[in-house]
Design a protein around this ligand. Structure first.
Ligand SMILES: Cc1cc2nc3c(=O)[nH]c(=O)nc-3n(C[C@H](O)[C@H](O)[C@H](O)COP(=O)(O)OP(=O)(O)OC[C@H]3O[C@@H](n4cnc5c(N)ncnc54)[C@H](O)[C@@H]3O)c2cc1C
Length: 405
């Protein structure tokens, strides 16, 4: 495959760049030090009017071009971009560290409704996702059901025109800043475990639904525990058939499977590290000049980053031919998540004891403590969206044809 832009792709790339350069609010520009800058979902409901203004300006700039949902078909309000254009769009957004808008509503719920929803459900929910008015959270995992998701126990019982839900979800990312939740619930406890599950949508402020914060080890509030106590959800919010929710949920295709953003992030980390370590400010704190081993590790990290780019290119070339990446996406996810953890460890070791400094504003902390923080914040990357062991299982069985055992 030829990786140089075609004339149309080059024109499209220039358009994306121009929008980012001229329309992206200052708050989201690289180097912005505003507290919490970068997260559209929390900015949109922030107490700070400047954050709300930035979130809405950016959402409007993307919405005008259908770029909140680049991969959705045009008939549903998306941009209907080809896989290659989506790739270009993602590349440019990642390069500029521009925040995406729409979160799980765009990536997960919208595509599900397009395939499995009723006309009424699409008419009610898709426009509000596309305008950036409503944000969604995903209620799948439970304390006893993560990798083995089909073991989930949260119970929904039909009562008149409603389902009544009792149970608990966990690791519900962004539920504290979301307006709606989609969840997998058990509607038939007697059926084999995959066959008694349904897919329900609910207003997150429904009485009986309680979202409690979970603070991660970087002292950030990203995910939550979500409790359901006699939560009544109208039966019209069932997506697909009752007890067929597993198949509705499983068909949630993540369209961003190329991990191009991960490859760009790794390249940026390395480039910044090398530049800083050679600068007048960074040189005295860096151990690169005294350690051959560290220099070799940096060379390895460079090679691995280029390998990651090639995984991304392979996936996009498959999508371009109408194929759906399977174990190839697992390979890229596994490699990317483990690579960023290695890069974080390497970055902290390059700075020796300075690598322990945690405070972004500490003038002694190299690169605003970027690597120290990444050392901690990259840990969940090998758990979220399928742990490394699960990715290896997929590669071994579906990719290499090894027995399940
Ligand atoms: C940052 C983050 C955000 C998340 N956001 C959400 C969200 O928004 N909504 C949501 O529903 N969930 C979310 N999750 C949950 C995530 O989907 C689960 O953590 C993940 O599926 C793993 O499940 P678990 O934590 O229960 O671990 P477990 O499944 O209990 O696994 C524990 C350990 O056993 C290993 N293991 C399990 N099964 C196998 C096997 N068959 N073979 C080999 N090893 C195995 C795992 O790899 C892991 O090391 C999030 C998680 C993280 C870290």
């Amino acid at each position: 495959m030829d990786w140089n832009d075609s004339a149309e792709q080059a024109t499209f790339r220039a358009q994306v760049r121009e929008v980012i350069e001229t329309k992206m609010p200052e708050r989201y520009r690289r180097g912005s030090s505003a507290e919490g800058a970068g997260s559209w979902q929390s900015d949109r409901i922030s107490k700070d009017p400047a954050a709300r203004q930035a979130a809405s300006e950016w959402a409007n700039a993307l919405a005008e071009r259908g770029w909140i949902a680049p991969h959705w078909p045009k008939e549903y309000g998306g941009a209907g971009l080809s896989p290659m254009e989506q790739f270009v769009f993602k590349q440019e957004m990642a390069q500029a560290q521009a925040p995406g808008v729409g979160g799980m509503g765009v990536s997960l719920l919208g595509p599900t409704l397009i395939v499995h929803g009723t006309e009424a459900q699409r008419a009610e929910h898709l426009p509000r996702i596309l305008s950036g008015e409503v944000a969604w959270a995903e209620g799948y995992s439970e304390p006893g059901a993560g990798s083995d998701l089909a073991s989930l126990q949260t119970r929904a019982i039909k009562d008149g025109d409603d389902y009544v839900i009792n149970g608990q979800k966990i690791w519900t990312s962004g539920a504290h800043t979301a307006d709606w939740l989609f969840a997998l619930v058990r509607t038939d406890p007697e059926a084999p475990k995959h066959r008694g599950i349904s897919f329900l949508m609910m207003d997150i402020h429904t009485p009986g639904l309680n979202v409690r914060p979970l603070i991660n080890m970087a002292w950030e509030h990203g995910f939550n525990e979500t409790f359901f106590e006699d939560v009544r959800v109208p039966a019209k919010n069932l997506v697909g058939d009752e007890n067929r929710g597993w198949y509705v949920g499983a068909s949630l295709l993540d369209f961003e499977r190329s991990n191009i953003a991960g490859a760009i992030e790794n390249r940026r980390l390395l480039t910044n590290l090398i530049t800083y370590a050679g600068s007048a400010e960074g040189r005295p704190k860096s151990r690169l000049s005294e350690s051959v081993a560290l220099r070799h590790e940096l060379a390895d990290a460079y090679v691995q980053t280029e390998v990651l780019f090639n995984f991304s290119f392979r996936i996009i070339s498959m999508q371009n031919r109408g194929l759906i990446p399977n174990y190839e996406a697992s390979t890229s996810k596994l490699f990317n998540s483990e690579l960023v953890q290695r890069a974080a460890r390497l970055g902290t070791r390059v700075f020796g004891l300075y690598g322990n400094l945690w405070d972004r504003d500490d003038p002694m902390a190299p690169m605003g403590a970027q690597f120290t923080r990444l050392y901690v914040t990259s840990i969940p990357r090998t758990i979220a969206a399928g742990s490394s062991e699960i990715q290896r299982n997929i590669i071994a069985t579906r990719g290499l044809g090894l027995p399940r055992g």
